[in-house]
Design a protein around this ligand. Structure first.
Ligand code: UDP
Length: 500
């Protein structure tokens, strides 16, 4: 059984740990290479948009399904949080979610989950033995899964790939009181960067953060998050508004996401109040502002704020929902604000398309799937200039980036999009093109698949087949290298399997 005592052993060189010889996965699907994705708390089969169920769940599920479509056999492992939940959810013939029992079968906040990770490791190993499978490559998500991956690698010669989803060194900068688990997390996040075969950063900004705040050592490949461009695509706005019961002449400002103070919904509500009150207008007429104001141009009665996201009164998102509701009432915005609750990805395109602007006011955002979902639907975005949003939102081309927390900057940016119709139309045309070219799940999965193939081949041949930047190269050489690498894995793995 894995022990927590081993958890922060960043200095133990991987080569000194005794490992079982490489054993190829005995995939139940002939011709398919089995791989495992581990997502300790982000259940890929869960309902999205509620407490602790957001971007990570979507990422793992979509990457898993897209990799399966590309020919991999994908098992996605997560912790079981309800005894009534099925232990295995089959999403498609070659992609499933496996829920392992690790600790009580109930929701446990992330900050209290680490104690159950050794049980997760044990349950994973038991599952492998029962299935007769040994995953030669494991892609972990979030730092606790990284810890799991590091434990598994001590006992078996796996290739380890990791995606952070959130970097403690950044997150703790904007948190007034660090939780007790902070030191452990920071240590594991350093260890995984230095020891994983490759870390996937979802934006060049994240890569820079990892290099400056986490470690100068280790392999990093930038592969962005994606979105389902079949589902998230533009619908005629009048149709979307009619379907949702919104008036055709309203100016709709949309928020989509979880209720979490880090998401900055308060900034949006304050900005919306400013927009309604035409604060710039008053400041300009009082001679306190030198910049030309456009906020006067909006009809305050036609402004509508739509807030999409689920919450549970018994959990922390419930208290944030309550706090935001209170703020909306204090500003006298209740009649103009619509709390839509949790909305599934089937209906979300209607909300994005119905909106004139989608606002992402986060204080910190490692990637921010909502930005690319909105843009894919042709909706301009106003977002905080933080993390991955600096990468996904093209300034002045698909939306506007403004400093986080800056209420007035948000009000002005929203106002500009609502009032400059010709320019907004240009943004609406350009936004989906940017997403289609850079952020489709099949494109993301192809790049991840190239990375996996090279790492698997490398593990057999002991040659350096991978160098950072390769996943993004469409050069024939890369594809050829990956293809021949894959062939090497297949032939050498089968030899080893027979030998073992
Ligand atoms: N989401 C949803 N329904 C909701 C609210 C959010 O499906 O009611 C989804 C949203 O579409 C996106 C994800 O939750 O896919 C949020 O991901 P993001 O990266 O923006 O934020 P995170 O939750 O990871 O902080």
């Amino acid at each position: 059984m894995a022990s927590l005592n081993t958890k922060v052993n960043a200095s133990a060189p991987a080569s000194k740990v005794a490992k079982a010889p490489f054993v190829a996965s005995r995939s139940k699907a002939p011709g398919r290479q089995a791989i495992a994705l581990i997502s300790d708390h982000g259940d890929p089969a869960a309902e999205i948009g509620k407490e602790e169920a957001g971007g990570q769940n979507v990422y793992v599920r979509q990457v898993g399904e897209a990799l399966a479509n590309l020919g991999w056999q994908v098992d996605m492992f997560t912790r079981k949080v309800r005894s009534s939940d099925p232990s295995v959810v089959q999403h498609s013939p070659h992609c499933r979610t496996v829920r392992l029992v690790a600790g009580p079968e109930e929701f446990i906040p992330r900050d209290q989950l680490f104690d159950y990770m050794p049980e997760f490791v044990e349950a994973f190993q038991t599952f492998q033995s029962k299935e007769g499978t040994n995953y030669p490559l494991i892609h972990t998500n979030y730092w606790m899964s990284a810890w799991i991956g590091l434990q598994l690698r001590k006992e078996s010669n796996i290739q380890l790939v990791h995606t952070y989803h959130s970097v403690g060194a950044v997150k703790y900068q904007s948190v007034p009181n660090r939780p007790a688990i902070a030191e452990t997390r920071l240590s594991v996040e350093r260890e995984i960067l230095e020891q994983a075969n490759c870390v996937v950063a979802t934006s060049p900004q994240e890569e820079e953060i990892l290099r400056t705040l986490v470690s100068e050592q280790g392999c990093i490949e930038v592969i962005p998050c994606g979105t389902d461009i079949e589902n998230f695509s533009a619908i005629p706005k009048p149709e979307a508004r009619a379907a949702l019961g919104f008036a055709p002449d309203e100016a709709i400002v949309l928020y989509v996401g979880r209720f979490d103070p880090r998401k900055g919904i308060e900034t949006l509500v304050r900005a919306f109040a400013q927009l309604k009150a035409g604060v710039d207008c008053q400041m300009a007429s009082a001679g306190t502002s030198t910049s030309a104001s456009t906020l006067c141009a909006l009809n305050p009665d036609k402004l509508r704020l739509v807030i999409v996201g689920g919450s549970d009164p018994t959990q922390s998102d419930g208290s944030e929902r309550e706090r935001i509701g209170q703020l909306v009432r204090e500003f006298g915005l209740a009649n103009q604000t619509h709390f839509a609750g949790r909305i599934g990805h089937d209906l979300l395109p209607l909300y994005y398309t119905a909106a004139d602007v989608c606002v992402i006011p986060s204080h910190y955002e490692p990637f921010g799937l909502v930005a690319i979902e909105a843009m894919a639907c042709g909706t301009p975005v106003v977002a905080s200039a933080v993390g991955g949003l600096n990468f996904s939102v093209a300034q002045e081309e698909t939306g506007l980036l403004v400093p986080p927390h800056d209420t007035t900057a948000f009000a002005r940016a929203i106002d500009r999009i609502l009032t400059d119709e010709v320019w907004a139309r240009k943004l609406r045309r350009q936004a989906p093109i940017r997403v289609q070219e850079n952020f489709s799940w099949p494109g993301v999965a192809t790049r991840l698949g190239n990375l996996y193939r090279c790492l698997l081949a490398q593990s057999i041949s002991h040659e350096e087949l991978w160098s950072p930047g390769q996943a993004s190269s469409s050069a024939a050489a890369t594809v050829a290298a990956a293809a021949s690498a894959s062939a090497v894995v297949t032939s050498k793995a089968s030899t080893l399997t027979k030998a073992s």
